[in-house]
Design a protein around this ligand. Structure first.
Ligand code: DCP
Ligand code: MG
Length: 355
């Protein structure tokens, strides 16, 4: 099979950079885009603010404690969308195989491209220059042979950087990569792997596919291939997000309803973070529970309004959990949102852009 040339592009401190671009008073200063100090959270922060530890999804109150002179700016999503559209149109000049992951992030497959440029690195460099001159924003690029490595690569020289993981380095790179850097391996799983002495890709590679299926569940086969440099997921320009979810497996089965609800709250905050990145809203909340005997149930509730905040998910999620039989305890809890705004019918005669 032909070696592919995949680029992953990710804007730097996206919302905050747009704000600093549009308001010179904010340039060079620690700013955060987000809600107010009463109950708001930070969507993102400028790199100046990151030095103080101000991060995405942090309560604004905490952020102000870390950095008292932090400037809080209210989000202006329509402006971010406008820049995002231009960003995407620049990428589309090189190929139609552009798969946006959120407003500020996308994969491209430039193996064959409209400009017949043989070097993916040069394409990425050109795009970065154009983003700079047309949007006055910076972005970082990762170039490699598959989606997984391209995404890891774009993070290596952030902000305003580029990095290449070439075909000959791919396998060695993955072998050295700590398991917590693997997308799809969460905190609990990586702790579990660490306890088993699996610290890096190399350790993961020593396991048979059967072992990985046992340790990681269904995704075991995916990781088995991944550590061998194989990730054949294609760049899909048509992908529309239909649902978003997040789940966690506990180290010990949980029986106590208060503990379960606290876990639910954390999951709901993670879910909010995920969907706010994509500017998504939804109407159906689903709770997934796996019992100690590995049987699994899901229960959903649909509301009439589009919702997008952790507090709404928590309210509905708790309602669902209270109606579920917890039996002898649960080993996994998940929360998801569907019936998203991506599935809304388009108003007739009007062209709307999907995000
Ligand atoms: N976002 C959000 N809530 C989060 C995380 C992100 O609303 N919990 C929004 C704001 C970000 C944008 O999504 O600007 C893109 O997310 P990234 O994770 O790419 O973060 P940034 O672009 O801000 O920073 P980086 O330079 O690390 O990419
Ligand atoms: Mg970004």
């Amino acid at each position: 099979m032909e070696v592919r040339k995949i680029i992953h592009l990710d804007m730097d401190a996206f919302y905050a950079s747009v704000e600093q671009r549009d308001n010179p008073d904010l340039r060079g200063r620690p700013i955060a885009v987000g809600g107010d100090s009463t109950r708001g959270v930070i969507a993102t922060s400028s790199y100046e603010a990151r030095q103080y530890g101000v991060k995405s999804a942090m309560p604004t109150r905490t952020a102000l404690r870390l950095c008292p002179h932090l400037i809080i700016v209210k989000p202006r999503i329509s402006y971010y969308k406008e820049s995002s559209l231009i960003f995407r149109s620049i990428m589309n000049e090189y190929t139609d195989l552009v798969e946006p992951l959120s407003l500020d992030e996308a994969f491209m497959d430039v193996t064959h491209n409209k400009k017949n440029m043989p070097s993916a690195t040069l394409i990425a460099q050109e795009i970065r220059k154009r983003v700079q001159s047309e949007l006055q924003l910076t972005c970082s690029a990762g170039i490699s042979i598959n989606k997984f490595l391209a995404k890891v690569a774009s993070d290596l020289n952030k902000p305003d950087g580029l990095s290449l993981i070439g075909p000959e380095e791919a396998v060695e790179f993955i072998e050295k990569l700590p398991v917590h850097k693997f997308f799809g391996i969460g905190k609990v799983t990586s702790q579990k792997l660490t306890k088993m002495g699996i610290i890096t890709g190399r350790d993961l590679k020593k396991k048979s596919e059967k072992d990985l299926l046992r340790i990681l569940g269904k995704s075991g086969s995916y990781f088995y291939k991944l550590v061998r440099g194989e990730d054949n997921r294609r760049v899909n320009p048509e992908r529309i997000t239909k649902s978003q979810s997040t789940e966690t497996t506990f180290e010990h089965d949980l029986r106590n309803i208060d503990v379960i609800q606290t876990e639910l709250e954390q999951l709901c905050h993670q879910l909010e973070k995920r969907i706010s990145k994509n500017d998504l809203r939804g109407r159906t909340v689903t709770i997934k529970v796996k019992y100690s005997d590995f049987t699994q149930i899901t229960r959903s509730k649909t509301v009439s309004e589009m919702i997008a905040t952790a507090s709404d998910f928590i309210l509905i999620g708790k309602d669902i959990i209270n109606s579920i039989d917890l039996k002898d305890g649960i080993r996994l809890l998940g929360v998801g949102i569907s019936n998203l705004n991506t599935e809304e019918p388009e108003p007739s005669g009007q062209l709307t852009l999907r995000f």
